[in-house]
Ligand binder design. Structure first.
Ligand SMILES: Cc1cc2nc3c(=O)[nH]c(=O)nc-3n(C[C@H](O)[C@H](O)[C@H](O)COP(=O)(O)OP(=O)(O)OC[C@H]3O[C@@H](n4cnc5c(N)ncnc54)[C@H](O)[C@@H]3O)c2cc1C
Ligand code: SF4
Ligand code: SF4
Length: 419
C-alpha cells in the first residue's frame, strides 16, 4: 500500500509491523474531507494525543503520536468495520422481505463484508411515541428527553452526553456536546441541532462532577454510537474518555449531518438572509429543510439537496441510518408529526423504555415501511460513494511532501520522527 512507502520516507527507521500513525488518519480521512466529526479518534487515543482544532473543529495531533493505530482502528471512515457491531436482525412479517445473500455479488456484502442487517435490525419492541406531558423545545415527540429524564430520576444514570446550543452568542444554533448531570440540563438539550460536534471527544468524565463509578447515557448520531460500541467491544477503559461508564446508548436516525458554518452562517444567514437570532426550529424532514421563526412563521422550506454543499462529505459513505448498534434508536421518519419512532433494540434499551412508560404515549409504529425505504436509499448512496472513494485508480493517501506542505503558513508543526 502507498502508505508504507510514505512511512519509509518519514524516518527511514525500520518499524515494528502493524504501526499506523495519526497522520495516516489525517491523510486518508481528515484531509480527504471524509471525517464525520464523531470524536472516536480522540476518545480512543490512549495517550490523549488528539485534540480538536478550534478553527475547523477537526481532530489534530496535540502531542506525540506513538503509532498505536487505535485512532485509525476506531474511525468509522478509517479501519472500523462498524457493521460487525450490528447484532443479528430480528425480522417481522411486516418488515422488508429478508434479503437473500447467496454470494459476494450481493451489494450489501460488498459494502459491509458481513450480514446486511436486513429489516430494522435487532428490535425487541417498536413504537410511535411522544412525551406526556409534551416537552417544550423537543424536536419530534420529545422521546429522547423523556427517556433520559426517567433514567436520571430513577438513578439508573448519573448523567448523559447530549448536544445543547452553544453558549457563545456568536454561534447561534450551533450544537455543542456536553455531559448533562441534572434534569434541567437534559431539558435544555431537547431538540435537534444539525451539526456534528466531535461528541465523543467531550466524553471526558474527569471534568464532570460524577460519582467514582459513573453511569452515563450517550445520545448521538449513529456514527458516534458505533465508536462507543466498538470501544466497549474491546473493553475500553483507558484515559479520561470512560467508555466503560456508558450504560445506555440512544442513536438518532440520521442520513446526513452538516458543517455549522457552511449551513447556518453561509447558506441560511448570508445567502438566504435568515435572521438566525429569531429562529425557533430547524428541521430536516421529508427531504426538505424547514426553518421556523419563534413566532411560528416559516422562514424557509427548501429541498435539502440544495444544501448538499454544506453537508459532511463523509456522511455519504455512511450506511447506518437506523443506528443499528445502539440500545435505542429514535427518529421522526415512520411516525406522524409530533411523534417519534422508537426502536428498543437491546435489554438495556427496553429497560429504559419501561422506566419511562408512565411519561410516554406509546402506540404502534405508524409506517415502518418508510424507515425501511430510507434505510435502503441510504445504503445505496453509501455503496456508490464508497465505490468512488475506493476507486483503485484514485489515490486515497496523499504523498508525504504534500502532507508537509499542508502545514506551511500554519503555527502547527507536523509531527515527524527524525533519524
Ligand atoms: C444531524 C441529525 C440528523 C438527523 N436526521 C434524521 C433523519 O434523517 N431522519 C429521522 O427520522 N430523524 C433524524 N434525526 C433525528 C430527529 O431530528 C430527532 O432528533 C429525533 O426524532 C428525536 O426527537 P425527540 O423529539 O424524540 O428528541 P428530543 O427530546 O428533542 O431530544 C433530542 C436529543 O438529541 C440530541 N441532539 C441534538 N442534536 C444533536 C446532534 N447534532 N448530535 C447528537 N445529538 C444531538 C439532544 O442532546 C437531545 O438529547 C436527525 C437528528 C440529527 C441531530
Ligand atoms: S471520522 Fe471520527 S474517528 Fe474518524 S477522523 Fe473524524 S472524528 Fe476521528
Ligand atoms: S450520516 Fe452517518 S456519518 Fe453522517 S452524521 Fe449521520 S450517522 Fe454520522
Amino acid at each position: 500500500m502507498k502508505a508504507f512507502a510514505i512511512r519509509e520516507q518519514m524516518n527511514g527507521i525500520e518499524e515494528p509491523p502493524g504501526k499506523t500513525w495519526f497522520w495516516e488518519l489525517e491523510a486518508g480521512v481528515i484531509f480527504a474531507d471524509r471525517c464525520v466529526r464523531c470524536g472516536s479518534c480522540v476518545a480512543a487515543c490512549p495517550s490523549n494525543s488528539i485534540g480538536v482544532r478550534a478553527d475547523t473543529g477537526l481532530p489534530e495531533l496535540v502531542k506525540m503520536c506513538t503509532g498505536c493505530s487505535l485512532c485509525w482502528d476506531f474511525c468509522p471512515r478509517g479501519g472500523l468495520r462498524y457493521e460487525a457491531l450490528w447484532p443479528p436482525s430480528t425480522t417481522r412479517a411486516d418488515d422488508a422481505p429478508v434479503v437473500s445473500r447467496p454470494d459476494a455479488s450481493d451489494p450489501y456484502w460488498k459494502l459491509t463484508g458481513g450480514p446486511p442487517g436486513e429489516g430494522l435490525g435487532a428490535v425487541l419492541e417498536r413504537y410511535a411515541a411522544r412525551a406526556a406531558p409534551r416537552l417544550p423545545g423537543a424536536q419530534d415527540g420529545g422521546v429522547v428527553t423523556a427517556l433520559l429524564l426517567a433514567a436520571l430520576d430513577a438513578g439508573d444514570i448519573d448523567g448523559a452526553l447530549v448536544t445543547r446550543p452553544s453558549r457563545d452568542r456568536s454561534e447561534p444554533w450551533k450544537g455543542v456536546a456536553h455531559v448533562a448531570t441534572s434534569a434541567a440540563e437534559i431539558r435544555e438539550a431537547a431538540g435537534s441541532l444539525y451539526n456534528q460536534t466531535m461528541a465523543l471527544a467531550e466524553l471526558d468524565l474527569s471534568r464532570c462532577d460524577l460519582p467514582e463509578r459513573p453511569r452515563v447515557a450517550v445520545v448521538g448520531t449513529p456514527c458516534e454510537i458505533q465508536g462507543i460500541r466498538a470501544m466497549q467491544a474491546r473493553r475500553w477503559s483507558t484515559g479520561a474518555h470512560r467508555i466503560d461508564s456508558v450504560v445506555l446508548t440512544i442513536a438518532l436516525l440520521c442520513t446526513k449531518s452538516f458543517d455549522y458554518e457552511a449551513l447556518t452562517l453561509r447558506e441560511l444567514r448570508d445567502k438566504r438572509a435568515i435572521d438566525i437570532d429569531r429562529v425557533g426550529k430547524v428541521d430536516v424532514i421529508g427531504g426538505r429543510l424547514i426553518v421556523e421563526y419563534r413566532d411560528g412563521s416559516v422562514a424557509l422550506d427548501e429541498p435539502v439537496r440544495d444544501f448538499h454543499g454544506a453537508a459532511l462529505k463523509g456522511c455519504d459513505e455512511c450506511a447506518d441510518f437506523l443506528g443499528r448498534s445502539a440500545d435505542i434508536s429514535v427518529g421522526s421518519v415512520g411516525s406522524a408529526q409530533g411523534w417519534s419512532s422508537l426502536l428498543a433494540r437491546t435489554r438495556a434499551g427496553l429497560d429504559a423504555v419501561n422506566r419511562a412508560r408512565s411519561r410516554l404515549d406509546l402506540r404502534d409504529l405508524d409506517d415502518p415501511e418508510a424507515l425501511l425505504r430510507l434505510d435502503r436509499l441510504d445504503k445505496r448512496i453509501a455503496l456508490r460513494s464508497l465505490e468512488r472513494t475506493f476507486d483503485p485508480d484514485a489515490p486515497l493517501f496523499i504523498d508525504y511532501e504534500e502532507h508537509l506542505r499542508s502545514y506551511e503558513g500554519s503555527s502547527r508543526q507536523p509531527v515527524v520522527l527524525r533519524r
